[in-house]
Design a protein around this ligand. Sequence first.
Ligand SMILES: O=C(O)c1cccc(C(=O)CC[C@H]2O[C@@H](n3cnc4c(=O)[nH]cnc43)[C@H](O)[C@@H]2O)c1
Length: 215
Amino acid sequence: MKVLVAAATQAEVKPLLDWLEETKTPDVEVLVTGIGMAATAYSLGRYFALNRPGIAIQAGIAGSFRHERPLGEVALITREVFGDLGAEDHGQFSDLFKIGLWRHDMHPFTHHYLINPLTLFPESLQPLPQMTGVTVNTVSGETATIENLKQLYNPDVESMEGAAFHYACLMEGIPFLQLRAVSNYVEIRDKSKWNIPLAVKELNTKLKELILQLT
Ligand SMILES: O=C(O)c1cccc(C(=O)CC[C@H]2O[C@@H](n3cnc4c(=O)[nH]cnc43)[C@H](O)[C@@H]2O)c1
C-alpha cells in the first residue's frame, strides 16, 4: 500500500526519514507541509491532485490539555475541530457554526467535528489513547483562551495542522490517521518546560512500528 506521511516540519520526522533511507523501505512518501493550516491545506491539496495514497498519516508534536498525562505520550487523534475560525463578539469567541455561516452537519463535519471514519485501526495503534484535537493559528497561552477552548470543544490536545489534515482527507475520501506526541502542556507560555526531543523520539518509534505493519 502507498503510504503518505505528512508533517509540519522536517525535524518532527527526521528519525523516520533517516530510517526510511537506511532500510530503503518502498512505498512511503514523506511530505513536509509547513506549519499551520494554510500551508497544510495547500500542500495536501496539491499532493492529492496528483497522488492517491492508500493511507495518509499526519505525524507531529502537540500541546496537551491533560496535565495528568505524561509528556512524550503518543495519541491517535480521532476527532478534530477548528479552534479559532470565527468571530469575536464582546470578548467572546463564536465559531462559524455558532454565527450561522456553517451548518453543524455539513460535509465533512459531524456536529462541529472532523471525525476519522476508520473503525478498525492497525494493531500497533490499538493500545494508544484516542483523543480529540483542536487546531489553532496561535499557540494558546492565555488562561481565558484555554478555558474557552476547553468549554467549547473539550479537546485533549492542540496543534496547528490537525483539522486541516482531517478536512483535506475527508474531502478527498482518503483513509487517514493522525498521530501526535505531546511536547508540552497548553498553559501560560514557558518554552523551558517543553520536551520536544522526547516527543519526537516517541512519535518516530510509533511511526516506524506502524509503517512496518502497513508496508
Ligand atoms: O517556539 C515556539 O513557540 C513554537 C510554537 C509552536 C510550535 C513549535 C514547534 O517547534 C513545532 C511545530 C509544531 O508543533 C505543534 N505544537 C506543539 N505544541 C503545540 C501547542 O501547544 N499548540 C499548538 N501547536 C503545537 C504545532 O502543530 C506545530 O506545527 C514551536
